[in-house]
Design a protein around this ligand. Structure first.
Ligand code: PXG
Length: 438
């Protein structure tokens, strides 16, 4: 695209965006390579958020580009309903080499939202298949983000994503979130708040365990401003779910594929969930795809009855799409060859240092980090919540750095190929901007 030439912006109704504000002052990205975007006005922008937490191996990776090019020329589309083509079988087989424990079966979707809906439906149908069809309730968490399907917003806990959309799913309770003032400026996992997991007992006492299908949580919450689990919290949730026969679903749409320094957060925390929902890094963000990983006994519970009968009445036209599988297989090769599943572990400590060095800057009220995730929370402007962080985002962009803003929090989740020079540039730019706004 010719720098400076902007298309007509009117027809595209942009997602999760203040459309009128954006269209008055647009920021368009027109190319990407490695750690950088090129903006429509021809500037290099350091990508501090891996697109939207998805481009884990960096942009424009040739092996992925070429795999997709080859694939579209060879087999552009083939159904996976009652037909098949080799790629999703191959991709699923390769993926389960990296999942924890016996999460050995993969249901393909096209997004994180679809992965969440799929996992919730599998949970219900699994209990029913075992003769416990009364287990229909779900437990999510305040401030949780599980995408935007009706299932996802129902178990999710972000008020603005729920309040416009009517009654949602019924039969849902929420655990309390774990963002506690006494944990401010914790480095890595916070000390306080383990007891918040015991709220599950209160909910179980209210409804009886025999009515509860599953608990769904993000091991580390991203969209609501990076919320970490207190030490021991996820282990405790696992114990309680085991005690009550409740399935535990980890929504790893952002933590999957190396973000914390292990393939999945489940491995990082050494907690075995019953299902993992994923998307984003699954294909390095370049072709839409999601996946639900399911434990052996859950999958096997469906494999009964007449062999000619469909075991799960669920799926998408594009489940296991050839282009997505080709992209995913090539991304997986890169993750393995370049050690990207564990690279975040080796960068976690300089990343933490660089982030926490911002502690005394104007307006900073909290800093949180884990793996290659970071957040700097700002004091809201009196009477104008969220505007300060948004201004920081705009000023960083003008200075060639892309960050993410969610409420009054700035979030960082760079491609896992980030080098120390980029970490310096990211946080020096942020420092300059915050000082300028003092
Ligand atoms: N679960 C989790 C944990 C997510 O983070 C989804 C589900 C939904 O995925 P899809 O592919 O349907 O968008 C997500 C998505 C942000 C941000 O700013 C995060 C997401 C999406 C857009 C922005 O933090 N996460």
């Amino acid at each position: 695209m010719n720098p400076h030439a902007l298309p007509d912006l009117d027809a595209f109704w942009m997602p999760f965006t203040a459309n009128r504000q954006f269209k008055a002052q647009p920021r368009l990205l027109v190319a990407a390579e490695g750690m950088h975007y090129t903006s429509h006005d021809g500037r290099q922008i350091l990508d501090g958020v891996a697109g939207l937490w998805c481009v884990n191996a960096g942009h424009g990776r040739r092996p992925i580009v070429e795999a997709v090019q080859r694939q579209i020329a060879e087999l552009d589309y083939a159904p996976t309903f009652n037909m098949g083509h080799p790629l999703p079988f191959e991709f699923a087989r390769r993926l389960v080499e990296h999942t924890p424990g016996d999460l050995n079966h993969v249901f393909f979707t096209n997004s994180g939202s679809e992965s969440v809906d799929t996992a919730l439906k599998i949970a219900l149908a699994y209990h029913r298949a075992r003769g416990e069809g009364q287990r229909t309730r779900f437990i999510g968490r305040e401030r949780g983000y599980h995408g935007v399907g009706f299932g996802g917003i129902s178990v999710g806990g972000i008020a603005s994503n729920r309040k416009y959309f009517g009654n949602l799913l019924s039969g849902i309770d929420h655990l309390p979130h774990t963002l506690l003032p006494e944990n401010r400026f914790s480095r890595g996992l916070p000390e306080h708040g383990l007891q918040l997991a015991d709220e599950l007992e209160r909910i179980v006492a209210l409804h009886d365990a025999s009515n509860i299908a599953a608990v769904i949580v993000e091991p580390v919450a991203g969209s609501a401003g990076v919320i970490l689990p207190p030490k021991g919290y996820l282990q405790r949730l696992r114990q309680l779910c085991d005690k009550h026969g409740i399935l535990l679903i980890f929504d790893e749409v952002i933590t999957g594929f190396g973000r914390l320094g292990a393939p999945f957060a489940a491995q990082y925390f050494d907690v075995q969930p019953d299902m993992i929902t994923s998307a984003k890094g699954l294909t390095n963000g370049c072709v839409p795809m999601g996946a639900v990983f399911v434990r052996e006994h859950i999958h096997d519970a469906f494999m009964h009855g007449p062999e000619g009968l469909i075991e799960l009445f669920h799926g998408y036209t594009y489940s296991g799409h050839p282009l997505a599988c080709a992209a995913g297989l090539a991304a997986l090769d890169i993750y393995q060859e370049e050690g990207l599943f564990t690279r975040a572990a080796s960068l976690a400590s300089p990343w933490e240092e660089a982030l926490h060095a911002l502690k005394s800057l104007p307006h900073v009220v909290d800093i949180r980090n884990l793996g290659l995730i970071g957040a700097v929370e700002l004091a809201p402007k009196p009477g104008a919540a969220v505007t300060r962080a948004f201004e920081v985002f705009q000023r960083c962009y003008e200075r060639g750095v892309l960050v993410r803003v969610t409420g009054d929090t700035l979030a960082f989740s760079p491609p896992l190929i980030i080098e120390s020079g980029h970490i310096d540039q990211l946080f020096t730019t942020l420092r300059d901007v915050l000082q300028e706004m003092a």
